[in-house]
Design a protein around this ligand. Sequence first.
Ligand code: IP8
Length: 267
Amino acid sequence: MLLLKFGGSVITNKKKRDKIFREDTASRLIEELKLGLAVFRDNRAILVHGAGSFGHILAREHSIHRGNLGGGDYLTIVPRIRRDMRRLNHFVEKLLLEKGFHPISLPPEAVLYKEGEGIITPIPQGIAAMISFLQEGFMPVLFGDVIADKDLGFSICSGDDVMKVLSYLDEVERIIFVTAVDGIIGKNSNGTRGENIRENSPSGLLRDIFISNDDEVADVTGSMYGKAERIAEMAAGKEVLLINGNVPGRLESAVKGEPVIGTLIRT
Ligand code: IP8
């Protein structure tokens, strides 16, 4: 089974306030997924999607990632972000249905529970329920959102957190992150920005990644380093591939297991 994430920066314009779903891009990616899955061993996939402009802009402006410590008008903002995330999920779901998939949307709190920054516990019953749907031929579709948090009252759950929890499932053979970049940027020996990392081990990734300062402020769910840490953990047991979904054909090749431009992390 394939576990993949459509990054919010591919299916929305993450830098713009107007929450516009990139329907053409999402539609092409879903088509590519379909073509790829047709030749993939068991034709099954779990799809996770990120938030992009539907979640990150309001969340950042109101420090929603800090939960009830953020101090803003969270009673107004949190329901709006959750509404927007459901709208984005609805757009994805609609396209999947049109393309012949059998999507079952599940919110992140169905499969995991948050206790303060970084402590994420899988919910076995929710995951078992998701597997039941999979066994019947459905495709679970999950997404990042604002969810309850034992310590902070509420906080942000990234689609990457969902990916991490689901990556431990025995059934998951391959993990693909569909992003808006050609790969994870490496650093030169003097610490400056280098070339994209083509292939590396989990520990090599954390050693060689180039950290850009712009990246730190851009995202309420963490920097590229945070993403790399999650990828490194997942790649301790399985291959993780990060590709650029804005380039036609790459997702299809990646799902088919063909050589593709991107960053491959494996032990
Ligand atoms: O785009 C973030 O999910 P991500 C979720 O996968 C919200 O990091 C609501 C900002």
